[in-house]
Design a binder for this molecule. Structure first.
Ligand SMILES: Cc1cc2nc3c(=O)[nH]c(=O)nc-3n(C[C@H](O)[C@H](O)[C@H](O)COP(=O)(O)OP(=O)(O)OC[C@H]3O[C@@H](n4cnc5c(N)ncnc54)[C@H](O)[C@@H]3O)c2cc1C
Length: 372
């Protein structure tokens, strides 16, 4: 019987398994998908999360494959409102690393194979969790069960483990719609992030490896069936920048933030998106999940050794961080909403005031998740 079963082999479940395997814990990861996800999701890895990747032994590999974003600019109506220098965040890593999530997951899978070659079982879908006083049974879709001392729900925002454990999932704020694609980068802006706070809504742009750039635009509704050409036209209309659509997929997505009412119940704990769904705007979700994993690995080791309080401390500490991240993401989304007239002037004045010392260093700290 494994000591810990992690349900879900996304970036957070894989990292947690690496940290547990490094501590000598017998861990199994159950993952429903047979292949890795091809969807383009997280790209931004913030300094504290790079510290976690360092302790997992893969920071250098990640940095070697990614693009370090050292600075950002906020623009409106063709003028610069302010700039951010991530070195001012005072971190050991003075940049936000841009690396597509599928490449990050590949590094994590490779590292876990080195530590525990048979830890990941793919094509295994979990349908339920039954707690006993001395362990937990994880029920699979073929009717069989896997027993473990502790079970971790790292199974994303639609978590079966969360639902089976009776933990509530509370929505926070309104739904916001976006369109996103990765285009060849012909902007000439190199390793800078660009935030266009325009009247029609925010357009964000970040460098990617392999000569590409990610573009994300807020929209007034869900743009189902959107094409790359339509996104390029929207970017030009709002920002005046001409982009060249590439062959990659364009996606429309809606964001509604959620928080779980608990991150640990008995012998079950939640981590990552299973515990908190945070807006991608500001790029915090995966990073927050990794910071959960950094605390959960020693908490589980302690619990396996008989500490009955460690998961409770994890629950309290990480729910506080998730609430802060959710508030910060709500602020980011609010700043990017369509605006005109006097409110536009007030919003731009606020951005200018945030982008001068000493507040600029505080904003850089907040943006790079230094207080989570
Ligand atoms: C467009 C977009 C951009 C983003 N950009 C950023 C960013 O720049 N920075 C950032 O930090 N975050 C970003 N995020 C958020 C980030 O992608 C998520 O926070 C991250 O994927 C969460 O990882 P996870 O491992 O917790 O969950 P997931 O990635 O959802 O992984 C869950 C895994 O569990 C598996 N699973 C689910 N149910 C079961 C089951 N019943 N049985 C077995 N397996 C199961 C799934 O197949 C999946 O592999 C972005 C998200 C989006 C949508």
């Amino acid at each position: 019987m494994p000591e810990v079963v992690v349900v879900g082999g996304g970036p957070v479940g894989l990292l947690l398994a690496v940290l547990l395997a490094q501590r000598g814990v017998d861990v199994v990861v159950l993952e429903a998908r047979v292949d890795g996800s091809a969807h383009s999701r997280a790209i931004g890895i913030h300094p504290p999360a790079l510290g976690v990747l360092e302790s997992a032994g893969i920071a250098d590999d990640a940095i070697g494959r990614g693009v370090p974003i050292t600075a950002g600019e906020v623009r409106c109506d063709g003028r610069m409102l302010g700039s951010l220098d991530f070195a001012e965040a005072g971190a050991a890593y003075p940049f936000v690393l841009s690396l597509p999530q599928r490449e990050t997951e590949a590094l994590l899978r490779h590292r876990l194979r080195q530590l525990a070659p048979d830890a990941v079982r793919r094509g295994v879908r979990v349908t339920g969790v039954l707690q006993r006083s001395d362990g937990v049974d994880v029920v699979l879709d073929d009717g069989s069960a896997v027993a473990a001392s502790f079970v971790i729900g790292a199974d994303g925002s639609r978590s079966v483990v969360r639902a089976a454990s009776g933990i509530q999932w509370l929505a926070r704020g309104d739904r916001v719609d976006y369109v996103m694609a990765d285009f060849p980068d012909d902007t000439g802006h190199g390793e800078r992030a660009l935030l266009f706070f325009e009247r029609g809504g925010v357009v964000e742009s970040f460098p990617l490896p392999h000569g590409e750039r990610r573009w994300v635009a807020m929209t007034d509704r869900e743009w189902t069936g959107v094409t790359s050409q339509q996104l390029a036209e929207l970017i030009e209309e709002r920002t005046g920048m001409r982009t060249t659509p590439g062959p990659g997929a364009v996606s429309a997505f809606s964001v509604r933030q959620h928080l779980a009412t608990s991150m640990a119940v008995g012998r079950v704990a939640l981590v990552g998106d299973a515990a908190h769904e945070i807006s991608p705007i500001g790029g915090q979700g995966m990073n927050l999940g990794w910071l959960d994993a950094r605390m959960l690995a020693p908490a589980l080791t302690a619990a396996l050794g008989g500490d009955t309080e460690s998961l409770g401390r994890y629950d309290r500490d990480r729910r506080r961080s998730a609430a802060m991240a959710s508030r910060q993401a709500a602020f980011n989304m609010g700043m990017g909403k369509p605006v005109s007239g006097m409110r536009l002037g007030a919003r731009n004045a606020l951005v200018r005031s945030l982008a001068v010392p000493p507040t600029r260093a505080l904003v850089a700290r907040a943006f790079t998740m230094r207080w989570l």
